[in-house]
Write a new protein. Structure first.
Length: 95
């Protein structure tokens, strides 16, 4: 699953910070291109594997030089499933 992190300070925008945030909820398997390219510092995505069943929507505190920065962490929801209009075999065409 992907989690989105909002509020990471510019001076902490790096692979280590996002990996540490992701490890709170599971095993980090991928960092989003938004983190690696540093094209936007609005939010960063971390892909994790987790056993957690509850929806992730929490604040994680990140510390730097004695200062605490709150970072909002929220699980991404899958895109809404659109009905299938194809003529091939799929679940919408069964029955």
């Amino acid at each position: 699953m992907w989690i989105t992190c909002v509020g990471v300070p510019f001076n902490l925008w790096n692979v280590t910070t996002f990996s540490d945030i992701g490890k709170v909820w599971g095993e980090v398997v991928q960092l989003g291109e938004d983190i690696l390219s540093q094209s936007s510092f609005q939010s960063g995505k971390v892909r994790i594997i987790t056993n957690r069943l509850e929806f992730i929507n929490e604040v994680s505190n990140v510390e730097c030089n004695g200062n605490i920065f709150p970072v909002r962490v929220c699980e991404e929801l899958p895109a809404a499933v659109q009905p299938c209009h194809c003529k091939s075999f799929c679940f919408d065409n069964v029955g």
